[in-house]
Design a binder for this molecule. Structure first.
Ligand code: ATP
Ligand code: PAF
Ligand code: BAL
Length: 278
């Protein structure tokens, strides 16, 4: 596996890989890689392209009171995992490369970036869209892989790529879960043992509400009951909503592309999850 830490090294590696494999597939990550990330890399490798994974903890997507300083970092473990999955190139830029002092441009997506995570984390999607636009410009991949676990992020990146006429395909990959339903996330390691036993209830509440809504019930009561049950179990529910999947606008009942999305805090850890309603 090649490792690039500077733009000249990245350009050289990408040119060689493109010549050899014909196409490039990018997996953007913030490191602390787990089976969810590894699944994205496997999907990229299976596409026949040379897989490029970026590892960059992006300061622009963290709010002033968020966990940037505490975000888990494990470069040696990340490189070993990427190599084991057949990744061709690891791109490990530093902050000065991604955000030169004289930079004056950021990317702001409206529509799917509004509401939900957009409300809970002001500026977050500006940071995500900006860093993804830069990564796409640096690597020039034919495809980029994102997890459905961060559903709203996936829709924001798809919207940005379409609106800016970027010549790449954005591929969504189904959420990888623990056996008890908890979506894998780098932040799960901060759950206490007691919180870890409660955490799968978020996914269970989504599945219970989805079954009722898919059976024809209006969303109000299942959503209200899910919020109340999760509150009683110790979650601080941020949102638990039925939306149109691509646009993230709230809807009142089942529809094609309907999706249940939720964010809830358990102790210090903010958990995200979502599932289709069908
Ligand atoms: N359980 C999962 N299943 C599928 N994809 C995932 C999963 N967890 C993360 N990803 C995807 O991996 C990519 C990188 O995510 P990131 O590095 O933020 O990891 P994370 O585990 O989501 O961390 P965080 O704790 O910040 O949510 C994103 O496209 C994300 O959606
Ligand atoms: C897409 C991403 C790598 C951009 O920093 C990040 O938001 C993430 O890890 O999901
Ligand atoms: N997985 C989304 C990145 C973040 O929480 O900032």
């Amino acid at each position: 596996m090649l490792i690039a830490r500077t733009l000249p090294d990245l350009r050289d590696a990408c040119m060689r890989l493109r010549r050899h494999a014909g196409s490039l597939a990018l997996v953007p990550t913030m490191g602390a890689l787990h089976e969810g990330h590894r699944t994205l890399v496997r999907r990229a490798v299976a596409s026949g392209a040379a897989a490029v994974a970026s590892v960059f903890v992006n300061p622009l997507q963290f709010g002033p009171n968020e966990d940037l300083a505490l975000y888990p970092r494990d470069e040696a473990g990340d490189l070993a995992a990427l190599e084991a999955e057949g990744c061709a190139l690891a791109w490990l830029p530093d902050v000065a490369t991604m955000y030169p002092d004289d930079a004056e441009t950021t990317v702001v997506v409206a529509g799917p970036a509004e509401r939900w995570e957009g409300d809970a984390r002001p500026g977050h999607f500006r940071g995500v869209a900006t860093v993804c636009a830069k990564l796409f410009g640096q690597v020039r991949p034919d495809r980029a892989y994102f997890g459905e676990k961060d559903w709203q992020q996936l829709q924001v990146v798809k919207r940005m790529a379409a609106d800016l006429l970027l010549p790449l395909e954005i591929v969504g990959v189904e959420t990888v879960r623990e056996a008890d339903g908890l979506a894998l996330s780098s932040r799960n390691r901060f759950l206490s043992a007691a919180e870890r036993t409660v955490a799968p209830r978020l996914n269970a509440a989504l599945r219970a509400a989805a079954a009722r809504i898919a059976a024809g019930e209006a969303a109000d009561a299942p959503l209200a009951e899910a919020r109340a049950d999760l509150g009683a179990a110790g979650f601080l529910v941020n949102y638990f909503a039925l939306v149109d999947g691509p646009s993230l606008t709230p809807i009142a009942a089942a529809a094609p592309d309907a999706r249940l999305i939720a964010a809830a805090k358990l102790g210090a850890v903010r958990l995200l999850d979502n599932i289709p309603v069908r």
